[in-house]
Design a protein around this ligand. Structure first.
Ligand SMILES: [Zn+2]
Length: 131
């Protein structure tokens, strides 16, 4: 049986976020980038998490820290709450989401409204909007 994509699209990993993990320039929208980053967290894919992050935000130990965190939790589900702009023709976009995961046997939810921009011709994650 083919692996379902962790982002919850209903497609297989290979036909969904797997495509983007192989070639980030295939990402068309901010929501797709957000979903592909969630799936990269599920798979502790540090290279993609760095590649999909705006260069101005990358810290020296970021890849290590992200991978270590991703491997210490179990991701359960992604829920997209709201999307603003971020279409193929846009240069900026916002995606609000809930990411459910288990950490030390406790159920947790990361709620974030993220900003996305285009850098080097493809979508990247910029930062989280503070409440
Ligand atoms: Zn996916």
């Amino acid at each position: 049986m083919e692996e379902q994509c962790p982002c919850g699209s209903g497609k297989t990993y290979d036909s969904c976020c797997g495509v983007f993990h192989n070639d980030i320039t295939k990402v068309k929208t901010a929501e797709q980038l957000m979903r592909s980053r969630y799936t990269a967290f599920c798979k502790a894919n540090g290279d993609y998490l760095i590649l999909s992050q705006h260069s101005s935000m990358i810290q020296p130990t970021m890849k290590y820290d992200l991978v270590r965190w991703a491997m210490s939790v179990k991701f359960m589900k992604l829920e997209i709450v709201d999307v603003q702009d971020g279409s193929e023709k846009d240069e900026t976009g916002e995606v609000e989401f809930n990411a459910f995961y288990m950490e030390r046997f406790q159920s947790r939810c990361l709620h974030e409204r993220s900003r996305f921009v285009k850098e080097n011709g493809h979508w990247v994650y910029l930062d989280a909007i503070k409440d």
